[in-house]
Each structure stands twice: as C-alpha cells, then as structure tokens.
Write a protein that binds this ligand. Structure first.
Ligand SMILES: Cc1cc2nc3c(=O)[nH]c(=O)nc-3n(C[C@H](O)[C@H](O)[C@H](O)COP(=O)(O)OP(=O)(O)OC[C@H]3O[C@@H](n4cnc5c(N)ncnc54)[C@H](O)[C@@H]3O)c2cc1C
Length: 435
C-alpha cells in the first residue's frame, strides 16, 4: 500500500450503526481512510427510531435526517444511495453492487441491520400489507391513512404499538392482534402490560390478545385479517410487526462465520479480520440486538479499532426500553422477574393512578426495573445496574427514586404500603367495528 494514498474503507449499510461508527472514526482519525458508504435506501442517514414520530405526525421526514448529503461531502465520504451490495469477493477484496459494479476495499464494515419477520400465512405479500422498518414503509402507512379507514396491526411489541398509535393519530380505526396475553411481554410483566393495555384501550385501539393470525384474506388487496378462532377483522391496511432478524445475507454469501447474526469478537471483527460488523446484523457472545443503546457502544469500539486503537473492546451495557407514545410512560430494563427465592421483588402498584413500579434486587444489586406511569428514575436505575452498585444502604428508599433515596433522614421513608391491586380498575373496552 506504500504507493497508494490512504486505505479504503467500504461501509455497507447507511443506517444508524454504520454511520455512528463512521462518525466515531472520523472524529478520531479523519484522514485514515478513503470512505465509501453503500446504502440500499435512497435517503442519507436518518434516525430510524423517529419513524414512529413521523407516522404519528409529530415530525417530518426532513426532521429525522441525522447526516445530510453535505455532511458526507464535507468529510470527503463517497455516498452511494439506492443501491444494494450483493456480494463480497474476499480474495480480490471488493464489494459487488446490484448494478454489476465493484467497489474495492482494504477494510470493510457490515452494518446491514435487520429484516422484519413475516408470519408464514397466506396474504403477507399483498400490496397493502407492510412492515414498519423504513421511510418507505412509513410513507405507505401515511398514505393508507389518507385513503383508508381501518388498519390491523399484527404484533403487540414496541413497534406494533407505536404503529397502532401512529395510525390512530392519523384518524384510522385500529385493531391490534397479539399472540401473547400481555403486550410487550418481553419488556413488561403482567401488571405493567395490563396498565398499558388499559391506557391504549381508552385511546380507542382495539386489542385481540392471545390470538393467532391465520390468514390475510383478499385477492388483489388485503381485505380482512382472519384469526385462528374464525373471527374476521375487516381492514384497509395491515402492518406486520412480529419481530426482526439480523440481516446476514451478505455475510453468508461471503462465508463469514454466522449464527443468528454475524459472529463478532469484542473488537467487532468478524471471522475475517479485515471485515468488521456492527448493529442489529451482529451476534456477540450469543446476544443479538434490537435497540440503539448497545449499538452506540459497538460503534464507539469499532470506530476506535478502525482508527488503530487495538485496545478498544466491547462490553454490552444493560439495555432499557421505553415506548414513544405521548402520555404513555413505560420503562423496562434488565430482569423482569425474580429468578429464584434469594431475589427480592419490590413492587408499588396504584391502579387508580396508573402507577406501577417493580424492582428486582439480587445479592444487594439492582438487576431489573419495570416502571409504568412514572419513569423519571429509569436512567438512575440503569446506572445502578450498570455500575453494580451495592444498594443495601438505600434498599428501603430505592423504590421512591433518586432524590428521595439519596436523602439520609429515616423520617422521610414513607410508612404506608402503597400496594393496591389492578382488579378494581374500571375498564371500558372499545369494540372493533366492521363498518
Ligand atoms: C419504527 C422504529 C422505532 C424504533 N424505536 C426504537 C426505540 O425507541 N429505541 C431503540 O433503542 N431502538 C428503536 N428502534 C430500533 C433501532 O432503530 C435499530 O436498533 C437501529 O436502527 C439499528 O441500526 P442498524 O444500523 O443496525 O440498522 P438500520 O438502521 O436498519 O440500518 C441498516 C441499513 O443497511 C441497509 N442495508 C441492508 N442491506 C444492505 C445491502 N446489502 N446493501 C446496502 N445497504 C444495505 C438498510 O437498507 C438500512 O438502511 C426502532 C426501530 C424502528 C423501525
């Protein structure tokens, strides 16, 4: 490489993980690489998380652009959008593109994200059936809300709920079908899931929990979602939000080591030391990822490694989830339930006020928190978990939040047991209308 100017870095995936890694790299070593970014989507890098806000009408497409075209230009980064990488020749060291061209690399970064899962049922390919993953999906949903009246969302996790709320805000009647009895069951326990359902019921979303989808019926367009118990939910639009899986297509073609995701070490290198990978496409120590907090840490390590810092290593932080539905405060981090008798579950439950807090303490360390209705202390709980703080000295005040727990006067500890049950809560359940 002595007669050549700079090493060539090719990044496949112009999404959140890839571009955060490039930001980290150019902040540390702006002149180290000639960088080419290949992105299948037509846009410059945008904040995918905020698609929910675009759908709900709180933000525009322009508001969520993170790095505009000029950002790439100013840093001398070559950005190729609207074109997919379709292969990697690891011997010749180049990436093959869908138009037949090839881009040579010295180092390669794969940041290809995830693919939405589709249930194996008839009708998923109909034109008015979409996932919720990118700007094109979001625009299709916005258009559907202009022309249609009813939508069915399949999947009651974070994405499905945000899709349902966005479509509701756009004026549609929305039904949500979920296979499990509890909404967001991977992040919430039954009590918090029940409060969430109650709040969203009150906003007019109609839930079909514990229900399996059998078919999306319709000839040229989806006309109804058919449940396994025979019920038909007439609809003008269907959103599939049952989950994601790492996009490992390219890595597989290139014969890199893969399992669920592209296997990487603590240095974010794949089984080929010249090929790095970050984001939802990777698997690290058996873990795959679906939230940005751990991805930012990966980007930091990968950017440092690319900049020449071989000591940078990735250690996954505790992850937390919150829901972006205005006025619905939900937070979840770490363990959802006590694993054994030695664990302590501390709960506060006021169904009338819609407040719920559960903390899991194991060996004097906080290992889990589920909050509903009041989530301001969520980041503090994550800090305690991340730093493995011994909480025994504040154990009796932990539940009441940071400012309270850090006051030392015992007199400030509330005497009353605030526990009430959800069973007395009145619940008006809206009905799904055919017409
Ligand atoms: C609607 C929505 C709401 C979300 N809300 C939250 C939230 O509140 N909190 C949170 O932490 N996370 C949230 N997430 C998840 C978060 O957006 C992802 O974790 C994050 O975007 C992952 O980054 P990534 O770079 O790995 O993947 P992506 O951001 O998806 O980027 C991957 C990019 O690679 C491109 N690509 C794939 N294959 C190729 C190829 N062969 N050639 C060229 N380009 C290719 C894709 O087109 C895509 O642009 C949300 C996701 C969605 C969809």
């Amino acid at each position: 490489m002595s007669d050549r100017r700079r090493a060539r870095l090719v990044v496949v995936g112009n999404g959140m993980a890839g571009m955060r890694t490039v930001e980290e790299l150019v902040a540390r070593a702006p002149d180290r690489f000639d960088i080419t970014v290949i992105g299948a989507e037509p846009e410059p890098n945008y904040n995918r998380i905020l698609l929910s806000s675009v759908l709900a009408g709180d933000k525009t497409r322009d508001d969520i652009i993170v790095n505009p075209w000029s950002w790439y230009g100013k840093r001398g980064i070559r950005l190729m959008t609207g074109i997919a990488a379709v292969g990697i020749d690891r011997t010749a060291r180049h990436v093959m593109l869908a138009d037949g061209s090839a881009v040579p690399y010295d180092s390669l970064l794969l940041a290809t994200g995830s693919k939405p899962l589709a249930p194996p049922i008839p009708g998923v390919g109909l034109p008015n059936v979409r996932a919720f993953r990118d700007i094109a999906d979001t625009e299709a949903m916005v258009a559907a809300a202009r022309s249609g009246r009813r939508a069915v969302v399949i999947g009651g996790g974070l994405l499905g709920l945000e899709a349902a709320w966005g479509l509701k805000r756009r004026g549609m009647s929305v039904a949500l079908v979920h296979l499990m009895p509890t909404l967001m069951e991977r992040q919430l326990d039954v009590a918090a899931g029940e409060l969430l359902r109650r709040d969203l019921d009150a906003r007019g979303i109609v839930f079909f929990t514990n229900c399996q989808t059998e078919e999306i019926a319709g000839d040229e367009r989806a006309q109804a979602v058919v449940l396994a118990d025979g019920r038909r939910l007439p609809t003008d639009f269907v959103v599939l939000a049952i989950g994601i899986r790492p996009n490992i297509d390219l890595a597989r073609i290139a014969e890199l080591d893969v399992n669920r995701g592209i296997l990487v070490g603590d240095d974010m290198r794949s089984s080929d030391p010249d090929i790095f990978a970050v984001g939802e496409c990777i698997e690290h120590n058996g873990q795959v990822f679906g939230l940005v907090a751990p991805i930012w840490d990966q980007a930091k390590v990968c950017g440092a490694q690319l900049a020449g810092d071989r000591a940078a290593v990735y250690a996954p932080p505790p992850v937390f989830t919150s829901l972006k539905i205005t006025g619905v405060d939900v937070f979840s981090a770490g363990a959802l339930a006590a694993a054994d008798d030695a664990d302590e579950e501390i709960t506060l439950h006021d169904a009338k006020l819609g407040l719920y807090k559960k903390l899991i303490v194991r060996n004097d360390r906080l290992v889990g928190a589920v909050l509903y209705g009041s989530v301001g202390d969520g980041p503090w709980y994550v800090e305690l978990m991340r730093d493995k703080v011994d909480v025994s000295a504040i154990r009796d005040r932990l539940m009441f939040g940071r400012s309270f727990a850090e006051k030392s006067e015992a007199a400030l500890v509330p005497e009353a047991d605030a526990t009430t049950t959800v069973s007395g809560a009145a619940r008006a359940v809206p009905q799904w209308q055919d017409a």
